[in-house]
Design a protein around this ligand. Structure first.
Ligand code: IVH
Length: 669
């Protein structure tokens, strides 16, 4: 009797575990909320009735409750970007060099050093001292409103009464769980970071409140009337206002100081109360931070110096070739499962064909595998002593494993070398694997952001022939889907909702979503800004009028060649035309209020006391744009020392206004 009860109980636990996995890791639930709750209740009821039943994965032991996916969205007033990484001293020297180049001179740099806590970042908007919004990072531009959940964290003040507290400010920091606390609640979570992320996404904040979450503040987003001179002063005042800051924060004067502090921390990291995966170095002077600004995805004034990764050895069982969205063939080693720093690893990337040749990696080899933070595990080297006599060199396929097309390597005209990456020659929807990856890209966060349709669901729908191209997403056969295992009313209505929501898309996201190689979100924005409307964009590509894009500063030969290759393929053009009919594509809305609004500029010759990069960034901050050819659309040609005569002559001839650096500075002030 007891045996039967136990068996039935374990079966339910197994199911519960499985559904948590589908929800948390794959983002594709197989059952409805109701069914999930029923299962949970059945387990808890059994435990109540038969006290001998106990299991680590039971809902009574874990916090693996199903989170909601329907939080309202919030546009960050200042983007939440990530940090670029440094691994060695040389990277730090380069980081400083870039700063000096941007500023056009060597300056004294002092750093605010802070531990890089491995948690989930959050942004808190306070107006008149009251916490009005708590938001997740999301895709960096738009996050989810999780105010109620964040309010359950004891470190987050709901009200700040200090009279010096700014009237309107976004305070940003990290939400995390201490290692000790994680041990008590770990349940279905792989690590403290996942646990923090899962608990922040609970539908019911009462669930979040059960988790011992912490918050450490470290920066600001939007900040009206910021009078602070130093990051370290800001960190001090954060404490006065009632926020927690890290007790490990320090000020360091130079790179050698940074390196020795890093060494010390690297040794002590495992003794710290929370997971830290490196140190963050921020230029302490906030005026310099402001001048330096941001590249497309990270500040120029900060860098994360990562700790060295964990590694272990395992045996390669097989080498799979994955086909990516742009046709790149990526070899992946299937290895005997090993645990690296708390995470089970059974796949490790081998990067590309050249890498396999260079390291002479073979099936059957014992290899060193490294895993750092959220980076995909990769193979470092072969342990040749363990190589078997029978092993054979790995032959990279000359045909695409998905569609059989010939594979090829691009020739780079600039470096005069062949690319390290081999690609499927088809470049399009006719290759099954590429098509699936293109669809996954289309729905991804920075593209159409259809969060109800995860990657796994795309694969499933592809297999069932429900989706063959991006446009099919908008014509799904919901009757058929409702007959599929795991699709209840609730999950279908969620899916419908997120697809409907995605129907309205801005031009930049649309251009990014069609997946042209070398056109990432930043380039897509530049092109959208240039073309203004979808009609103009279609005109440019349909009339093969691509070279005009060279006028955009930031778009070069590589991008043009890639766009040309892309539009040569009929399937790509068909896809765009069809999508244009089902989507409502909006003009890119750029916040253009600056003094140089709608004005175009070009530089020739050397500027005094300012680098080209900073000059360009100043123009852009004031809503002007930079172009790279002299033509009638150019408003101002700015001349520095030793200008190119040809450009000046042409500008004179066609009546472009020519100004010197002083006159330009006047325009700005
Ligand atoms: S500053 C634009 N400071 O690291 C500046 N970030 O890769 C961005 N992080 O998303 C953030 N500790 O989640 C900053 N002291 C610290 C940090 C920190 C951890 C995380 C944060 C961010 C990621 C950037």
């Amino acid at each position: 009797m007891n045996k039967n009860i136990k068996q039935s109980y374990l079966k339910k636990i197994y199911e519960f575990k499985k559904h948590n996995k589908f929800y948390y890791e794959n983002s594709s639930p197989l059952i409805s909320d109701k069914e999930y709750d029923k299962l949970k209740k059945e387990i808890l009821d059994l435990e109540k009735k038969y006290t001998f039943l106990k299991n680590n994965f039971s809902p009574s032991q874990t916090v693996g409750f199903k989170p909601s996916k329907n939080f309202l969205k919030f546009k960050h007033r200042q983007k939440m970007l990530s940090l670029s990484n440094a691994f060695k001293e040389e990277d730090l020297i380069n980081f400083e060099k870039k700063i000096f180049n941007f500023l056009n001179k060597k300056v004294y740099l002092e750093y605010s050093v802070e531990p890089k806590i491995d948690g989930i970042s959050a942004s808190l908007t306070y107006k008149n001292g009251v916490l009005v919004y708590g938001v997740s990072r999301g895709d960096g531009r738009e996050g989810e409103i999780i105010t109620d959940n964040l309010k359950t964290i004891k470190d987050i003040p709901h009200k700040v009464e200090n009279s010096n507290f700014p009237k309107d400010i976004e305070i940003r920091g990290e939400v995390f769980i201490n290692k000790n606390d994680f041990e008590k609640i770990k349940g279905t979570f792989a690590n403290p970071r996942n646990a923090a992320s899962g608990s922040l996404r609970q539908k019911n904040s009462a669930e979040t409140s059960k988790i011992p979450l912490n918050f450490i503040a470290y920066t600001f987003g939007y900040f009206e009337d910021n009078k602070f001179k130093l990051q370290s002063d800001f960190l001090n005042d954060l404490q006065i206002w009632g926020f927690k800051t890290s007790k490990y924060n320090k000020i360091v004067k130079d790179i050698s100081g940074l390196v020795s502090l890093h060494k010390k921390f690297e040794k002590e990291r495992f003794q710290l109360e929370y997971d830290v995966d490196g140190l963050v170095y921020k230029v302490n002077n906030l005026q310099l931070q402001k001048r330096l600004g941001f590249t497309s995805n990270a500040p120029r004034w900060a860098i994360a110096h990562k700790f060295s990764a964990d590694y272990t050895y395992s045996e390669i069982l097989n080498i799979d070739i994955q086909v990516g969205r742009t046709g790149a063939l990526t070899p992946v080693a299937k290895v005997k499962a090993v645990n690296i720093g708390g995470v089970v690893v059974s796949n490790a990337t081998l990067h590309n064909e050249d890498e396999i040749l260079r390291k002479d990696i073979r099936i059957g080899d014992t290899v060193k595998i490294e895993r750092a933070g959220d980076v995909i595990p990769h193979v470092i080297e072969v342990d040749f002593k363990k190589r078997k006599n029978s092993s054979k060199k790995f032959i990279f396929p000359t045909k695409c494993p998905s569609c059989g097309s010939k594979t090829e390597k691009d020739f780079n005209k600039i470096t005069k070398k062949y690319d390290a990456v081999r690609r499927c020659g088809s470049e399009g929807f006719e290759c099954e694997k590429i098509a699936i990856e293109k669809i996954k890209h289309f729905i991804s966060k920075e593209a159409l952001n259809i969060d109800g349709l995860g990657k796994k669901v795309v694969e499933k729908f592809w297999d069932l022939k429900l989706i063959k191209s991006p446009e099919d997403i908008f014509k799904l056969d919901y009757d058929k889907i409702s007959n599929l295992d795991g699709w209840g009313k609730k999950s279908i209505s969620n899916l419908k909702y997120s697809i409907e929501k995605a129907n309205e898309v801005t031009l930049d996201r649309f251009i990014f979503s069609i997946g042209i190689r070398h056109i990432g979100i930043e380039n897509a924005k530049l092109i959208a800004d240039h073309s203004k409307t979808i009609e103009n964009f279609l005109d440019i590509i349909n009339k093969k009028n691509i070279n005009q894009l060279l006028n955009i500063d930031g778009i070069g030969e590589t991008q043009i060649q890639s766009i040309e290759k892309f539009i040569k393929n009929r399937a790509n053009i068909n896809n765009i035309n069809k999508l244009q009919k089902v989507l409502s594509i909006q003009k890119l809305e750029i916040n253009k209020k600056g003094k140089l609004k709608d004005k175009t500029f070009m530089f020739t010759g050397k500027l005094i006391d300012i680098s080209r990069a900073e000059a360009k960034s100043l123009i852009e901050k004031n809503s002007g744009s930079i172009v790279s050819t002299v033509n009638k659309k150019l408003n101002f040609l700015i001349i520095g020392e030793k200008p190119t005569n040809k450009k000046v002559e042409l500008a004179k001839k066609i009546g472009v206004k020519i100004i010197n650096q002083q006159e330009w500075t006047k325009l700005l002030n």
